[in-house]
Design a protein. Structure first.
Length: 203
């Protein structure tokens, strides 16, 4: 089972996948890491693990569509079964996303559908949420709005700020991502007619 990862930054979720694949907890091969930022730590982590890593500079392309075209040409050359967006901060175009329905997932740091978009930890605190967490969803043209595959919940504690809350969520993201990718790799979770099926049954 071949996995490609898209990442813009730190790459701790990527690292969780690298470690799981290395320990055989995840029976899969990481076939490429792709970034819109040449300085992403994620690229260093990939290279350190012997995974092909590529950065494309969006500024070097005349349009988002042109950037996406090249990005997905590079990704497709690695022939992944699954593409994981793990802290990829750039919008993907509707066409390449829809063309890969069911083979593209994203990890988002909130309990979707709450707090789509950016600065989720701060917004959860401002909203007075008692619970927060992370979600993994199939990517569709609807930003952070695709079908949710799995979630991890954490409590919001008195005295939390965005940093402490974000750290608590991130610690849960890593095992959530590994476990969810395991289910996808095993073919136990699939997207069929825009609905998620687990072990053959629509959720
Ligand atoms: C994570 O919180 C992820 O949910 C969000 O961006 C962050 C990426 O962290 N989409 P990292 O780069 O995996 O460390």
């Amino acid at each position: 089972y071949r996995i490609a990862v898209l990442a813009s930054g730190r790459g701790s979720n990527l690292q969780a996948l690298i470690d799981a694949a290395a320990s055989q907890a995840l029976p899969a091969t990481l076939v490429g890491v792709f970034s819109d930022r040449a300085d992403a730590l994620a690229l260093e982590r990939a290279r350190g693990a012997g995974i092909p890593a590529l950065a494309l500079d969006p500024g070097a392309f005349p349009s988002r569509a042109a950037f996406d075209l090249e990005l997905f040409a590079q990704i497709d050359a690695a022939a992944p079964d699954l593409v994981v967006c793990a802290g990829y901060m750039r919008l993907l175009g509707a066409a390449p996303v829809e063309a890969r329905a069911g083979r593209l997932v994203n990890i988002h740091p909130s309990l979707l559908p709450a707090f789509k978009g950016l600065r989720t930890h701060r917004r959860a605190l401002e909203a007075g949420a008692r619970e927060h967490g992370a979600s993994i969803h199939f990517v569709t043209a609807d930003l952070d709005g695709g079908p949710v595959v799995s979630q991890a919940r954490v409590p919001v504690l008195a005295g939390d700020d965005a940093a402490t809350l974000g750290t608590r969520v991130l610690a849960r993201e890593h095992p959530l991502l590994v476990e969810t990718v395991r289910l996808l790799a095993a073919g136990r979770v699939v997207l069929h007619e825009r609905r998620i099926h687990l072990d053959g049954r629509a959720l």
